[in-house]
Design a protein. Structure first.
Length: 144
C-alpha cells in the first residue's frame, strides 16, 4: 500500500473519530490525527504523516464548501443521515478534487478502494455516483 493511501486511510479514521466528538476545531483535529498515527505506529515526522496533515487541514479549513457540495450531489440523502465513514471518505475526496492537483480518476479510485475496506458493499457505488456528479460540476465550472 502506498504512502498516500495510508495517509488517506488515517485521515478517514481521524474524521470518523471527530464525528463522534462533534468538534472540528483546528487545534483538536491535529491532536486526534497524532493519536491515530501513534496507534498505527506511523512516524509523526514521515511522509505518511505529512500528507495526512495536509489533506486533513484542507478538509477542515474548507468543510462548509465541501459539505455543501456533498449535500447538493447526494440525491435524496441528508448529510447527517449519511454513514459517518462514507461522509468522511467523501469529505477527503471532494477536498482533493477542489483543492489539489491530483487527477480526479486517482481521487475517485482511492475513495472507492478505501470504502471497500472500511464501509459496506453498497458504499462504493454511492461514493462513486456522488463523486462523478461533483467532478462533472467542477469540469463545467472550469470550462465557463
Amino acid at each position: 500500500m502506498g504512502i498516500r493511501r495510508k495517509s488517506r486511510e488515517t485521515v478517514v479514521q481521524t474524521l470518523y473519530a471527530l464525528e463522534y466528538k462533534d468538534d472540528y476545531q483546528y487545534e483538536n483535529y491535529k491532536d486526534c490525527l497524532k493519536d491515530i498515527l501513534k496507534d498505527k505506529s506511523i512516524d509523526l515526522e514521515g511522509k505518511i504523516s505529512e500528507f495526512a496533515v495536509s489533506i486533513l487541514s484542507i478538509v477542515i479549513e474548507n468543510l462548509q464548501v465541501v459539505d455543501s457540495l456533498i449535500k447538493k450531489h447526494s440525491t435524496n440523502w441528508e448529510l447527517d443521515r449519511l454513514a459517518k465513514i462514507d461522509k468522511s471518505i467523501l469529505r477527503i475526496a471532494v477536498s482533493e478534487l477542489l483543492y489539489t492537483e491530483t487527477a480526479s480518476a486517482i481521487i475517485m479510485n482511492e475513495a472507492i478502494e478505501i470504502s471497500k475496506k472500511f464501509s459496506s458493499d453498497n458504499s462504493g457505488k454511492f461514493i462513486n455516483g456522488v463523486l462523478n456528479s461533483i467532478t462533472e460540476e467542477i469540469r463545467v465550472d472550469k470550462n465557463d
